[in-house]
Design a protein around this ligand. Structure first.
Ligand code: SF4
Ligand code: SF4
Ligand code: SF4
Length: 270
């Protein structure tokens, strides 16, 4: 159990969990999200005791309750490091699309010959890099915070839920619900494809509100109707290849990509 601090919230004793942030193969943008909302930073840091966070502090200790894991797993030393973190953390959170699904890094897995990929990207440099895996393909995960990058407000809410011992809920419905609530013109009617009908909400329809179609960074919503999504794409003249580009971009729709590619009879290597 986490130790009880001398603090209350609405009269309820508040736990102040020790939290640690760890980066693996990633752009570190999700960690930056923790820091970029200055208005809420002090109240947020008051909720938790940050004991390990390379981006903002030197040193750090290996005693923590919650480990936030950013990034996908692409090297053998990352596997060992992640397994060690798992043994220490009471709660392990996959933090962002790279950690949840492999993220944009997962595009590498589309190529059958990883040696060729390595040569194209790194030339003669000797560097170890393997197939890309999500965090839950290596160790058990307790919670997922979706997004590329994660939404700061959602992170704060989830940390508050943990601190107060509340059940953590993420939206089960698709981005379209938020988009309609924001009274946006549908991107399909503006000539751009959008994965909003099948993607998990929680970003407040970030992209369509800024006149871009959704690329599915938060992965599939519950009860995805991919057949309807395909019909809508076809109705608006969007090719299957364009739809697949979006579905593959962040790694969250692998099983759907696999079945679409199988139905096309193409090689599959997600
Ligand atoms: S999920 Fe996106 S923002 Fe976060 S680390 Fe990965 S690439 Fe960067
Ligand atoms: S723009 Fe995208 S998210 Fe918004 S209503 Fe259209 S399909 Fe749904
Ligand atoms: S609209 Fe789609 S791609 Fe954009 S942030 Fe939301 S889930 Fe991610």
């Amino acid at each position: 159990m986490m130790s009880v601090q001398e603090r209350t919230y609405l009269g309820v004793p508040v736990y102040k969990p020790k939290v640690a942030f760890f980066d693996f193969s990633s752009c570190e943008g999700c960690q930056l999200q923790v820091l970029n909302n200055e208005a809420n930073l002090i109240p947020f840091l008051n909720l938790v005791e940050v004991v390990n966070f390379r981006e903002v502090m030197t040193g750090g200790v290996n005693t923590y309750d919650i480990a936030f894991i950013e990034g996908s797993i692409t090297r053998y030393d990352e596997v060992t490091r992640l397994q060690e973190i798992r043994t220490r953390a009471k709660v392990l959170v996959a933090f962002g699309s790279c950690a949840c699904f492999g993220g944009v890094n997962r595009l590498k897995n589309r190529f059958g010959d990883l040696g060729w990929v390595k040569r194209e990207v790194y030339g003669d440099h000797t560097i170890e890099t393997d197939k890309v895996r999500s965090v839950d393909e290596v160790v058990p995960v307790n919670l997922r915070i979706y997004g590329c990058p994660v939404k700061k407000e959602e992170l704060e809410k989830i940390v508050l839920d943990i601190a107060l011992g509340r059940t953590v809920e993420v939206p089960r419905y698709p981005v379209c619900m938020e988009c309609k609530g924001n009274e946006n013109v549908c991107m399909f009617d503006l000539g751009e494809p959008c994965l909003g009908p099948v993607t998990r909400a929680g970003c407040d329809s970030w992209c369509p509100t800024n006149r871009m179609g959704c690329w599915g960074c938060r992965g599939p919503a519950d009860d995805v109707n991919m057949d309807e999504m395909k019909k809508v794409m076809k109705e608006y003249g969007i090719s299957k290849e364009r739809m697949l580009d979006r579905l593959e971009c962040f790694g969250g729709f692998q099983k759907y990509v696999r079945s679409i590619k199988c139905s096309q009879g193409t090689g599959v290597n997600p």
